[in-house]
Design a protein around this ligand. Structure first.
Ligand code: SIN
Length: 616
C-alpha cells in the first residue's frame, strides 16, 4: 500500500481567498510576507505550525555574511568563497545575486529595527568563519543573531500582515489544472481545512529531524519539501545534508551549537590525544569529515573544542556562555566536547532566480528551496542571507504578476540552458523507487491522507527509529551498504505508518460510502462546509484520536528520507557534504544535480527552450 490508500470523510473548505499564502515563519517567510504586504493591494497570509517566533532562524548563531560599504572586502571574494564551499555545484548566477543584493537586504533588516553588534568606533563588527577568506559576518548579541533577526521580523509582520494562522499544519498542496491553488491544512483542533491562494510560498525550512543528533528544533521536519515531492514538483540536491562540526556533545536536543565564530576567534579542534588534526577554518564539510575520520580511528564518539584562548568569552558570546554554564561547563578553563550534528539541508525545492518552482503559483525560499546558491555545501552564515535575498525576489516576482519559472539559476540546468549545472532527473524510473511518483496526485481530486491512527508515543518511537537509522546509514560518512540498511528501516516504518492511514476526499471528489460505525453519513453535507467545526464530519468522519500532526510530520520525514537515500545512493563520489566510503574522490561524471520529479507536473522545455509546459 502506498502512502495513503484509505477511505472516508471530507475536508472542510473555508474558501479563504488570498493572493499569497506564505507557509513558515523563519527569515525567508517573514521577510517575503512583509515585502508583499507593503505593496498594499496584495492580500497576504502566513500559516505556521508553531507560533510566529518559533523557527530554526531563531536558533541561528553565527550571523549574516555580507559585504557592506566601507569593508576591506569585495563581493567577488564573497562569491569565490561561496563557490569554493559549494564544491562545484553552485549556480554562479544565483551566488552573484546573493552577494550583490545581500547588503541591501541587510540594510532593509536594519531599517526594520534589527540591531547588529558594533565596534567601539561605531562601525559594524564583523567576524570570520570557516570557508571565508576574510571577516565579513555581521552578528547580533555576540552569537544570538537569529534571535534578533526573528524579533525584528516578527515585529514587522505584526505591524503589516493581518491574516496570520499559528498552530496550523499544512498537509498538502492544492493543485488544479496544473497550478498551485492553495493548501489543505490541519487547524489547531486537527480539522482539515482548505485555504485557497493564487500563490503559495514554501518557506518551511529544513529537515534536521531526519537525524538523531541535530542542531535543528523538533519542527524541522521538511514539510514543504515533502509536500512538493508528493505533488510532483522538482526537488534537488537532497543528498547534501550539512553536518555542523561543533555541536556540543551532550544529551540535550536540539544540540547546543558552538558557533563557527568561536573557531573564527581562534578556538582549536583537538583529538583524544590533544592533537590538532584539521585547519579549523576550512569549510564545514571538510572539518566534519576530518572529525568523523578521527573519531572512527580513535574509537570515540566526540572530540574537543579548545576555546580557552578566547579572551572575554562571556562578553563576546553571551548566549553560548550561558548555555554552557547551565550545563556546568566553563569554556575559559576546560575543553568542550563536540561532535558533528545535522544542521542544514543545502537542497530543497528547485527554483529559478525569482524563487519560482516548476509548478505555476508555487514558490520556495530559504532552507526549503534549492536556488543553487549552496551547491554541495553551504558556506557559513549564508543561510539567513539567502532567506532575505530570495524572499525579497519571490515577493517582487509575485507582485509583478509572474507565475512560472524562467530558465535561470538552478532551474537553468533542468532546461539544459547553458551554463547551468546539468541535471539528472529521476521520477518514475528512480532505481530505488524513492521518489514521489507513487504519491503524486491532485489533492483536489483525491483528497488528503491523514495519519491519525498512531498515538503520540508511537509516532515519537517511530521518529526515533528513523533518526537512528539515518544517523547510522546516511551521516557524515556513507556507503552503499549503510544506505541500503537505512532504506530498509525507512520502508518498514512507511509500511507501518500507512497501514492505518486514511484518505479524506476533497470537496470536489465523489462521495464514498461511509463505513459502518464511522461518524457523519454525508461527508459533503452542510456541516462539513462550515457549520460546527467540532462536528464528526469536520474531522474527516472518523477521527481516531491519534496524533494526526505527528503522523503527518513522520510521513514527511519518511518521504524526505527516501529522497535523500536515493540521491546519496546514486551519487558515487565524495563531494561537499556527501561522502561515500567507496568513492572517496570527487568525480567529474557527477558534476550534476540529482533532481526528483513526479508525474503530476513534469516540466519540459518548449522548443525555444525559454518557457515551460506541463506534461503528464
Ligand atoms: C554557526 O554559528 O556556526 C552557525 C551559523 C550557520 O549555520 O551559518
Amino acid at each position: 500500500m502506498g502512502l495513503g490508500d484509505a477511505v472516508d470523510g471530507s475536508y472542510r473548505d473555508r474558501s479563504v481567498d488570498l493572493d499569497v499564502l506564505v507557509l513558515g515563519s523563519g527569515v525567508a517567510g517573514l521577510s517575503t510576507a512583509i515585502r508583499l504586504a507593503r505593496h498594499g493591494s496584495i492580500r497576504v497570509g502566513i500559516l505556521t505550525k508553531g507560533s510566529l517566533s518559533q523557527s530554526a532562524t531563531r536558533w541561528a548563531q553565527g550571523g549574516i555574511a555580507a559585504v557592506l560599504d566601507g569593508a576591506a572586502d569585495s563581493t567577488d571574494l564573497h562569491l569565490a568563497d561561496t563557490l569554493g564551499a559549494g564544491a562545484g555545484l553552485c549556480d554562479v548566477d544565483a551566488v552573484r545575486v546573493l552577494v550583490d543584493e545581500g547588503p541591501e537586504r541587510v540594510k532593509d533588516l536594519m531599517a526594520l529595527g534589527a540591531v547588529f553588534d558594533r565596534e567601539e568606533a561605531g562601525r559594524l563588527a564583523v567576524a570570520r568563519e570557516g570557508g571565508h577568506s576574510t571577516a565579513r559576518v555581521l552578528h547580533a548579541g555576540g552569537s544570538a543573531t537569529g534571535a534578533e533577526v526573528e524579533r525584528a521580523l516578527v515585529a514587522g509582520v505584526e505591524a503589516e500582515v493581518s491574516w496570520i494562522r499559528e498552530g496550523w499544519f499544512a498537509i498538502d498542496l492544492l493543485t488544479e489544472s496544473g497550478e498551485c491553488t492553495g493548501v489543505v491544512a490541519l487547524d489547531p483542533e486537527g480539522i482539515p481545512q482548505t485555504i485557497r491562494a493564487r500563490n503559495v510560498v514554501l518557506a518551511t525550512g529544513g529537515a534536521g529531524q531526519l537525524f538523531e543528533v541535530t542542531t535543528n528544533p523538533p519542527g524541522a521536519t521538511g514539510d514543504g519539501i515533502a509536500m512538493a515531492l508528493r505533488a510532483g514538483v522538482a526537488v534537488a540536491d537532497m543528498e547534501f545534508m550539512q553536518f555542523h562540526p561543533t555541536a556540543l556533545h551532550h544529551p540535550v536536543m536540539p544540540r547546543p551549537l558552538l558557533s563557527e565564530a568561536l573557531r573564527g576567534h581562534g578556538a582549536l579542534l583537538r583529538d583524544v590525544q590533544g592533537e590538532r588534526f584539521v585547519d579549523e577554518l576550512s569549510p564545514r564539510d571538510v572539518v566534519s569529515r576530518a572529525m568523523a575520520g578521527r573519531m572512527a580511528d580513535q574509537g570515540v564518539d566526540h572530540l574537543w573544542l579548545d576555546a580557552t584562548g578566547i579572551g572575554s568569552f562571556s562578553e563576546r558570546f553571551g548566549n553560548i556562555a550561558s548555555s554552557l554554564a547551565h550545563l556546568g561547563l566553563d569554556p575559559s578553563s576546560e575543553w568542550l566536547p563536540v561532535a558533528p550534528a545535522a544542521h542544514y539541508l543545502s537542497g530543497g525545492v528547485l527554483t529559478d532566480l525569482a524563487g519560482a518552482t516548476c509548478l505555476p503559483g508555487l514558490w520556495a525560499a530559504g532552507e526549503a528551496a534549492c536556488t543553487g546558491v549552496h551547491g554541495a555545501n553551504r558556506l557559513a552564515s549564508n543561510s539567513l542571507l539567502e532567506g532575505l535575498v530570495f524572499g525579497a525576489r519571490v515577493a517582487d516576482a509575485i507582485a509583478s504578476g509572474a507565475r512560472s519559472p524562467s530558465p535561470t539559476g538552478a532551474m537553468a540546468g533542468m532546461l539544459g540552458a547553458a551554463p547551468g549545472v546539468p541535471c539528472l532527473l529521476i521520477g518514475d524510473q528512480a532505481p530505488w523507487g524513492a521518489t514521489s511518483s507513487a504519491d503524486s496526485r491532485s489533492v483536489a481530486d483525491s483528497g488528503v491522507v491523514l495519519y491519525d491512527h498512531m498515538k503520540a508515543s508511537e509516532v515519537n518511537a517511530a521518529r526515533r527509529t528513523l533518526q537512528a537509522a539515518m544517523t547510522a546509514g546516511a551521516g557524515v560518512l556513507r556507503s552503499r551498504s549503510s544506505l541500503d540498511r537505512a532504506l530498509g528501516v525507512v520502508e518498514d516504518l512507511e509500511e507501518r505508518l500507512c497501514r492505518g492511514a486514511r484518505r479524506v476526499p476533497g470537496m470536489d471528489a465523489p462521495v464514498r460510502p461511509t463505513p459502518a460505525g464511522a461518524r457523519g453519513a454525508d461527508a459533503r453535507g452542510a456541516d462539513a462546509r462550515g457549520g460546527d467545526a467540532r462536528g464528526g464530519d469536520a474531522r474527516g468522519g472518523d477521527a481516531r484520536g491519534g496524533d494526526a500532526r505527528g503522523g503527518g510530520e513522520l510521513a514527511n520525514l519518511l518521504t524526505l528520507a527516501k529522497a535523500l537515500l536515493c540521491s546519496a545512493g546514486l551519487r558515487e563520489e565524495t563531494r561537499g557534504a556527501h561522502a561515500r566510503a567507496e568513492f572517496p574522490a570527487r568525480s567529474d561524471d557527477w558534476h550534476r544535480r540529482i533532481v526528483h520529479t513526479g508525474p503530476l507536473v513534469a516540466c519540459v522545455p518548449s522548443p525555444d527552450g525559454r518557457s515551460w509546459k506541463e506534461a503528464g
